[in-house]
Design a protein around this ligand. Structure first.
Ligand SMILES: [Zn+2]
Ligand SMILES: [Zn+2]
Length: 136
């Protein structure tokens, strides 16, 4: 399906083609730190379909576990995480786009969770946490 979205301030827009069934959650500690929250939700977009306007900031993060460097892209103005990809110049083969920036996020339900061993204990119990429609 067609996906498109923008960072919080609108300086960077992204579009491409993605398979909704490939939507996944990552509970690794790098994703927890990189998002400032409990887990990251992402979807792969093939580089041949990936289009972007604006210039993201890139942080190269080498994960201790795999030893593979990954380019983490975020908006230099508003800080929204955008995607990760292989480091290097020009178009890359695959972009792992952050679902929270996409307009179609209602339709992108995760089908897989990885790095479950570092998942926060409470993520299985969200339904039991007191709910408020807007702010307290
Ligand atoms: Zn922005
Ligand atoms: Zn992760």
């Amino acid at each position: 399906m067609r996906i498109d979205g923008a960072c919080q301030c609108g300086a960077i827009t992204i579009e491409g083609e993605a398979d909704p069934a490939a939507t996944g959650i990552c509970h690794c500690t790098d994703c927890q730190t990189g998002t400032g929250t409990a887990f990251r939700v992402s979807i792969p977009v093939a580089g041949t379909t990936f289009k972007m306007t604006g210039q993201p900031a890139i942080y190269i993060k080498t994960t201790a576990e795999s030893g593979h460097p990954r380019a983490q892209a975020f908006c230099p103005t508003c800080g929204s995480p955008l995607y990760s990809t292989t480091p290097g110049e020009g178009q890359q083969a695959m972009y792992i786009v952050r679902v929270g920036i996409l307009r179609q996020r209602d339709q992108l339900e995760p089908k897989r969770q990885i790095w479950w061993r570092s998942a926060r204990n409470w993520v299985t119990g969200l339904d039991g946490i007191r709910k408020v429609e807007k702010q307290t």
